[in-house]
Structure formats: C-alpha cells, structure tokens
Ligand binder design. Structure first.
Ligand code: ADP
Length: 246
C-alpha cells in the first residue's frame, strides 16, 4: 500500500464560515475508506476540494508517488489524473442499453475521437463483460437503462466510472434509497473495486459502513474527529457526543 492522496492542513471558509478546518486525510492505493460525519461536517466540501470543484484557502492536496499538487489544476485535469466521482443520484443514459452506457464510458476514456469513430474491438467487448460481471449486471446488458431498478442504475454508474479505470473513486452515499439486498450487493461491488484502487465512500448508513468493513474517518466541523475501525470510532466518546448531539 502506497500513499495516493494526501490532503494536509486544508481549510476552506465560505462567507466567514469555516466549512473545512485544518483537515488532513491520507488515502492509500489500494484502499477502501468510509468517511462519515453528521450533516454539515464537510464531507461534500472535502470531495469538492479533491476533485478541484472548490479551491481551499490553505493547505496541500498531493497526488501519487511524486507528490504532485492538485491545487491549481482544473476539474478536468484532475479527473484525467484518475479521480472519478459518483454523485448521489445515478446519472446514466436511460434511453440507451446497459451495454451502450458501458461502451460510451469506455470510449470516453480513450478521448473524443474514440466516441466519434465507433469500431468494436474484442478488447472492448472483454472489458465490458468484465465490468458487467463486477457490477452484477451481466444478464442486463441488453436492457434499456431506464428500466433498471434504482440500485441497478447506481451499479451501472459505478461500472461506467470503473470503465474509466480511476485510481481513486469517490462515492457519495451509494446506499441511499436502496433495498437491503441492493445495499449488500453494493458493498460487494465497492469492496471488489477497492482491491485494485482507492475507493472512498461517504455514507450516513452505519449498517452499510459496518458491512464495508474498512477504515473509517469521522469528520466533524471540517476536521477529523476520529479514525480507525468502525468499532474503534464508535467507542470514542467525542464521536458519541457528536452523533447524539450532547
Ligand atoms: P456534509 O457534506 O458533511 O453535509 P458540506 O461539506 O456540504 O457538509 O458542508 C459543510 C458546511 O459548509 C455546511 O455548513 C455548509 O452549509 C457549508 N457550505 C458548503 N458549501 C458551501 C457554499 N458553497 N457556500 C456556503 N456554505 C457552504
């Protein structure tokens, strides 16, 4: 395991309100990490800073073995480094098949000309089959994406991100709105994806985080309150105070 992302001493103030306060988080490659914390803890702002959507006031965001700074890079340039982000709501092309969605994502990785000049290759087919299997949609490849269940759409979008082969995948509340069965399958998908890359999951659902069975970082008021196994952090009195609002 080597360090992939190092956020250190980062702060961000919005209109005088300090949303991120001297935040330091380090993510390894590969790794599965859950980031939890009450509403307003700074989880979304953290992801916005990593993906370049929000520029921090102070601090460092370093990437890869060469400790390259991501600050000052555009969102597109950061995405090109290999950082994928999954927002809460699934965004798939509903009037296209599952296969076509995965194919588009795969071609997108190859650049604009690959999208324009369609030419099927055996390699692409194999990759699409492999991803479909990883997201549990092998038997849905010819279905219209709009017909999928909410959970299946979320998996498809994860698959579309995997097609881009990110080194770091940021996933925002994947379990929201899912059935218990779908949640369980989602943990399998994320755990599998994290065998070969870094996957950071922001999640409210504690039962889901327990199933992820990974290192947990608790954010509060834009700062790391506790870090470790879920059992470790939930036994921490400061975490209990924050969650129970004491
Ligand atoms: P979380 O995702 O953990 O719920 P956020 O990162 O969304 O927390 O927000 C942290 C704090 O920063 C909140 O109090 C939120 O209102 C504030 N905040 C986030 N983005 C902005 C913004 N663009 N302008 C003003 N305040 C913001």
């Amino acid at each position: 395991m080597t360090s992939l992302l190092e956020v250190s001493g980062v702060s961000k103030t919005f209109d005088g309100f300090r949303a991120i306060n001297d935040l330091s988080i380090q993510i390894s490659e590969p790794e599965l990490r859950a980031i939890i914390g009450p509403n307003g803890a700074g989880k979304t702002t953290f992801m916005d800073i990593v993906t370049g959507k929000t520029k921090p006031d102070t601090g460092r965001v370093l990437w890869g073995a060469r400790n390259e700074s991501l600050l000052g890079l555009s969102e597109a340039a950061i995405a090109n480094k290999g950082i994928g982000r999954k927002f809460q709501k699934p965004t798939v092309f509903e009037d296209q098949t599952v296969w076509a969605n995965l194919n588009m994502a795969l071609r997108n990785k190859r650049g604009p000309f690959a999208v324009l000049f369609h030419r099927k290759t055996g390699e692409d087919e194999a990759r699409i089959s492999q991803i479909a299997s990883e997201i549990g949609l092998t038997d849905q490849l010819s279905r219209m994406s709009g017909e999928l269940s909410h959970g299946q759409k979320q998996w498809l979008e994860i698959g579309m991100l995997l097609a881009q082969d990110p080194r770091l995948l940021l996933v925002d509340e994947p379990a929201a709105g899912m059935t218990a069965e779908e949640r369980e399958k989602t943990t399998d998908i994320l755990r599998h994806a994290a065998l070969t890359r870094a996957v950071v999951v922001v999640e409210h659902d504690m039962e889901f985080v327990r199933r992820l069975n990974c290192k947990v970082t608790v954010l509060h008021e834009g700062h790391v309150l506790a870090e470790g196994t879920l059992d470790h952090v939930t036994a921490d009195s400061t975490v209990i105070d924050v969650y129970l609002g004491r």
